[in-house]
Write a protein that binds this ligand. Structure first.
Ligand code: HEM
Length: 473
C-alpha cells in the first residue's frame, strides 16, 4: 500500500518524489486507531514496510516518520531552527508545567536553557552527588529485613521513590525528602493525565466535572504547594547563607540568578516554572531507566557479576562519588544498553516544520509533522547486530562505532536533554550502591515483562526482583 503524497508546491530546484507510506483512508482514522492500540508495534511495522522514511495523511496533518540516523540528524540537528515542538504535546504539558524550558520556543527557550545550563556544570554536578547518594542510602538500608536471606522487592516502586528523593534534594536541599510520597503520587497522576490528553483534539478545562479532572487538580495543587513552600523558605534563609559557599541545590542557584536587566532575583513565577521541570523531566525518566536496568541485570547474572566486581574494585565498601565514574565502564555500558533496549522516551519526539525543508531526497512542506521513535531506531539491526539481545559490550571502548543519530535516549541537537549528565551520574551512583549491597535475581512470582507506552516507556506491570544481600549464600 503506497500513496503518493498530496504534494505541496515544490520549488523547481528542490527534490520531489512520491513518498512511501500507508494509505490514509477515512482521513487516517484506521491508522490512528492502530497507533492508539499499539504505537510501538505500529512504528516498527512502518519501518519494516517502507524503510527509512514513511509518510501518512492524518486528517489535515502531513506526518512523516524518520527511521534512519542520517534523517534524524538532518531534522533535529541541521534543521533544528526550522522546527518547533508539536503544539498538542506542548499545550498538554504547558497547562501543568507553565512556561518552562521543556515547552518554550525561540528566544524565551534560549534564555531559559542558558540559565539552567549553569545549574548543570561539572562543578555543580559534583555538588549534587552527595545529595543523590544520601537519597539512596536510607531506601537501600531497609530493603531486606535483618536476618532474612533475601527479599522480593517491587523495584519500580523503589526507584520511583529514590529518584523522587534525588529530585527533591537536588532541587530544594537535603531536608526536602519528607514530601516524597505526595510528590510521586502527584507526578504520576499528571503524567497519566497528560498521556491521555495528548490523544484528544483539545484540552478541556480542568474545572469540568469529568473523570480524572479532580485528581489532576489535586495533583497540580500538591506540586504547587511544595514548590511555593520551598521558594518562601529559601528566600527567608537566603540572607543567612555564605555567598561564597551556597548550598548546592537548584533552587538556591535559581534564586541567585539575575533577570534580563541584570537585576538580582528572577520573578517567583519564573523560578517556580523552572523548578517544575525537574519533576516532569527528571523523575519518571530516570526511575523508568533504572527499573528496566534492574530487570535486565536480574536476567543476566554474568553481566551483573561483572558490574559488581567492577564496583568493588573501584569503590570498595565506601560511598561512590563523581571521582569513581570513569572506573566503572562496564556498569556504565549496562545502563546505556538498558536505555537502548528500553529508551524511557521511547516515542513521540514530535516536531512541526515552520518552513519547507528537504530531508534526504524528500521535500517536506511547511507545517508537516516529523515523528522520531527511539524504540525503532535502537532496535535496527543495521546499527545494532543481534538488536534484541542485551549486549553491554556495544558501548565499551573499542566496540564498532554507532552512527550519530542511531542511539538517542537523550535526544540529539540543540534540544538534547539538559539533564543527561546529571541522569547518567545519578544512575551510575545509585546502581553502584545497589550492587555493593545486593545480587539481583528475577522474582519467582514475576510476570513476563512487556513495555507499554505512557509518557515514558514503562513496564506493563510492577517489576519484582529478588534481592539477596552480598555475602549471603
Ligand atoms: C534517564 C533519564 C532521562 C532521559 C532518558 C531523558 C530524556 C530526554 C529526552 C529524550 C529529551 C529530549 C526530547 C525531545 O527532543 O523532544 C529530554 C529533554 C529534557 N530533559 Fe531529560 N531525560 C532524563 C533525565 C533528565 C533529568 C534528570 C533532567 C533534569 C534534572 C532532565 C531535564 C530535561 C530538560 C530540561 C529537557 C528539555 C531540554 C530542552 O528542550 O531544551 N532530564 N530528556
Amino acid at each position: 500500500m503506497t500513496t503518493a503524497i498530496p504534494t505541496s508546491p515544490t520549488p523547481p530546484d528542490q527534490p520531489r518524489s512520491t513518498a512511501p507510506g500507508p494509505a490514509s483512508a477515512w482521513w487516517g482514522l484506521p491508522l490512528l486507531r492502530e497507533m492508539r492500540r499499539d504505537y510501538l508495534g505500529f512504528c516498527t511495522q512502518l519501518q519494516r514496510r517502507y524503510g527509512d522514511i514513511s509518510y501518512m495523511r492524518l486528517g489535515n496533518e502531513h506526518a512523516w516518520d524518520l527511521f534512519s540516523p542520517e534523517l534524524v540528524r538532518e531534522a533535529l540537528v541541521t534543521h533544528a531552527d526550522k522546527l518547533i515542538r508539536w503544539e498538542r504535546g506542548i499545550e498538554v504539558f504547558a497547562q501543568v508545567l507553565g512556561q518552562n524550558v521543556l515547552v518554550t520556543e525561540g528566544a524565551t527557550w534560549q534564555r531559559q536553557r542558558r540559565m539552567l545550563m549553569a545549574a548543570f556544570t561539572p562543578k555543580r554536578m559534583a555538588g549534587y552527588a552527595g545529595l543523590m547518594t544520601s537519597a539512596a542510602h536510607d531506601a537501600l538500608q531497609t530493603l531486606v529485613p535483618a536476618g532474612h536471606p533475601a527479599a522480593e522487592v517491587d523495584i519500580s516502586q523503589l526507584w520511583s521513590s529514590v529518584a523522587m528523593n534525588v529530585i527533591l534534594r537536588t532541587t530544594f536541599g537535603p531536608t526536602a525528602h519528607e514530601e516524597s510520597h505526595a510528590a510521586i503520587a502527584a507526578t504520576q497522576t499528571l503524567s497519566t493525565a497528560a498521556f491521555h490528553e495528548m490523544f484528544w483534539p483539545m484540552t478541556l478545562p480542568d474545572w469540568l466535572p469529568l473523570p480524572g479532572k479532580a485528581a489532576k487538580r489535586r495533583a497540580i495543587r500538591t506540586l504547587h504547594d511544595i514548590i511555593h513552600r520551598h521558594i518562601a523558605a529559601h528566600r527567608a534563609c537566603a540572607a543567612a547563607h555564605d555567598p561564597e559557599t551556597p548550598p548546592p541545590d537548584l533552587l538556591t542557584h535559581l534564586l541567585a540568578l539575575k533577570d534580563e536587566d541584570g537585576q538580582p532575583g528572577l520573578p517567583d513565577q519564573e523560578v517556580f516554572d523552572q523548578c517544575l521541570v525537574s519533576f516532569q523531566a527528571g523523575h519518571e525518566t530516570t526511575a523508568t531507566a533504572l527499573t528496566w536496568w534492574s530487570h535486565l541485570m536480574a536476567l543476566h547474572p554474568h553481566a551483573a557479576q561483572r558490574a559488581q566486581a567492577e564496583v568493588f574494585a573501584a569503590v570498595g565498601l565506601g560511598t561512590p562519588g563523581p571521582e569513581h565514574l570513569a572506573s566503572v565502564p562496564w556498569l556504565t555500558a549496562t545502563l546505556k544498553e538498558a536505555m537502548r533496549l528500553y529508551p524511557p522516551v521511547g516515542a513521540m519526539m514530535t516536531r512541526r516544520t515552520t518552513t519547507a525543508i528537504t530531508l534526504g531526497k524528500w521535500h517536506i512542506s511547511q507545517g508537516a509533522l516529523l515523528r522520531i521513535t527511539p524504540w525503532v531506531l535502537h532496535r535496527d539491526p543495521r546499527h545494532f547486530p543481534d538488536a534484541d539481545a542485551f549486549m553491554p559490550e556495544r558501548f565499551l571502548e573499542g566496540a564498532p562505532d554507532i552512527p550519530r543519530g542511531a542511539y538517542i535516549p537523550f535526544g540529539i541537537g540543540p534540544r538534547v536533554c539538559l539533564g543527561q549528565h546529571f541522569a547518567m551520574m545519578e544512575m551510575t551512583l545509585l546502581t553502584a550502591m545497589l550492587l555493593q549491597r545486593f545480587t539481583l535475581q528475577p522474582a519467582p512470582t514475576a510476570p513476563p515483562m512487556a513495555p507499554t507506552l505512557h509518557t515514558t516507556l514503562r513496564p506493563q506491570s510492577a517489576v519484582r526482583v529478588l534481592l539477596r544481600p552480598v555475602g549471603c549464600p
